[in-house]
Write a protein that binds this ligand. Structure first.
Ligand code: UD2
Ligand code: MN
Length: 363
């Protein structure tokens, strides 16, 4: 064989080897890249809203489509052409158990930037489907800004993943500085604030469900739906504070939900429990006396954490509570949403919530 031919076939083989090696290199790099981007995604899941998830998926679709030259068929589908269906029972973006800690520094600005999708007043609607329920989140409040920050930080992404049409209402009991009409700081009245939340939220939107939540309670699993069921629902069933179990069967404190119909059936909540305790048992009595039962998630899905705190000023245990809960059946007809009186002092619309400051009067 002539030398030139030998050299040429050697060159050809070397070239083929180089091509194969290049191909191998590219394949390995691609596989590593894809794996890495998967694990990065798993890491951001906890604080992930459906919008963030959608952005990630849309980016992926776009690159893929450019490669396959399918771009035009994607951009042709406009928002208005999409026909919306009712959101599913199992929303696709839920992640299950969540890490909940109160040591991370959280600022309202951080929470605002994470939730840019919210409408003023802490309002949200899913973009891709019609929510099954319109839910007002009602929080009784006075002087707990530190706790409120964590509530907003954790709950907004959860509620969005649950695909609810919701609004957040902070019902703030006025202090002396809030209004001339209020002289000095009065005793706290949690249940009356919850009644006010119900009434004020309904003035704004046609809510069909009301979730009543302490400001210091955070669910540890996003499968614990903040919505209403065929019976009044107790949501905070498995709390760190009580060793992750119910303290007693009739316990209804912390977080609960009632549909508009269920709420009206029990004439709302009592207005005359001033100070700490008893109002949650009175609400339980109301529910039971109307022949309803309590619906609850299981002890795993119902896990939640309460931010540790001292008893607040002007919220000492109410000495009348035992006497009052012994007479719920007789008093509930005339004390409740049908006898509610109060004065609105101020309404503030933040991106993350609607804060309604109210004068609830005195004992
Ligand atoms: C328990 C119940 C709570 C309620 C209360 C008795 C749990 C987890 N919660 O809470 O549902 O039945 O006993 O009344 O067991 N608040 C303020 N500022 C105040 C006082 C109270 O914002 O100055 C609000 C706040 O939303 C707080 C809630 O009222 O989470 C309940 O008060 P608490 O946290 O002091 O009472 P706690 O933890 O014993
Ligand atoms: Mn508490």
């Amino acid at each position: 064989m002539p030398d030139a031919v030998v050299n040429f076939s050697l060159l050809q083989r070397t070239c083929s080897l180089v091509v194969v090696l290049c191909f191998l290199h590219i394949s390995v790099t691609l596989i590593y890249y894809m794996r890495n981007s998967d694990s990065r995604k798993a890491f951001v899941q906890n604080q992930q809203t459906p919008q963030m998830h959608r952005k990630l998926t849309e980016q992926k679709v776009t690159t893929e489509d450019i490669r396959l030259n399918r771009l035009s068929s994607v951009t042709n589908i406009t928002e208005t052409e999409r026909k919306l269906e009712t959101c599913p029972d199992n929303p696709p973006h839920l992640v299950g158990p969540l890490r909940v800690e109160f040591s991370d520094p959280v600022t309202l600005d951080l929470v605002r930037s994470d939730n840019s999708v919210l409408q003023p007043g802490g309002r949200f609607k899913p973009r891709d489907c019609i929510a099954q329920q319109k839910v007002a989140m009602i929080i009784p409040f006075r002087n707990r800004d530190e706790h409120l920050k964590y509530w907003l930080y954790y709950l907004h992404p959860i509620l969005q993943r649950q695909e609810l049409d919701y609004g957040v209402y902070i019902i703030n009991q006025a202090e002396s500085s809030d209004a001339d009409s209020v002289a000095g700081e009065e005793t706290f009245n949690r249940a009356k604030l919850l009644n006010i939340g119900y009434a004020e939220a309904l003035k704004e939107y046609d809510y069909d469900c009301f979730v009543f939540s302490d400001v210091d309670l955070i669910p540890m699993d996003d499968r614990n739906f903040y919505k209403c069921y065929s019976q009044p629902r107790h949501l905070s069933v498995s709390m760190d504070k009580f060793g992750f179990r119910l303290p007693y069967t009739q316990y209804f404190g912390g977080v609960s939900s009632l549909s508009k119909e269920q709420f009206l059936k029990i004439n709302g909540f009592p207005n005359n429990y001033w100070g700490w305790g008893g109002e949650d048992d009175d609400i339980f009595n109301r529910v039971a006396s109307k022949g309803m039962t309590i619906s609850r998630p299981d002890a795993i899905i119902g896990r939640c954490r309460m931010i540790r705190h001292e008893r607040d000023r002007q919220n000492d245990p109410n000495p009348q509570r035992f006497d009052r809960i012994a007479h719920t059946r007789e008093t509930m007809g005339k004390d409740g949403i049908n006898s509610l009186t109060y004065t609105v002092v101020k309404v503030e619309k933040d991106q993350l919530f609607t804060k309604i400051t109210v004068d609830v009067g005195k004992p």
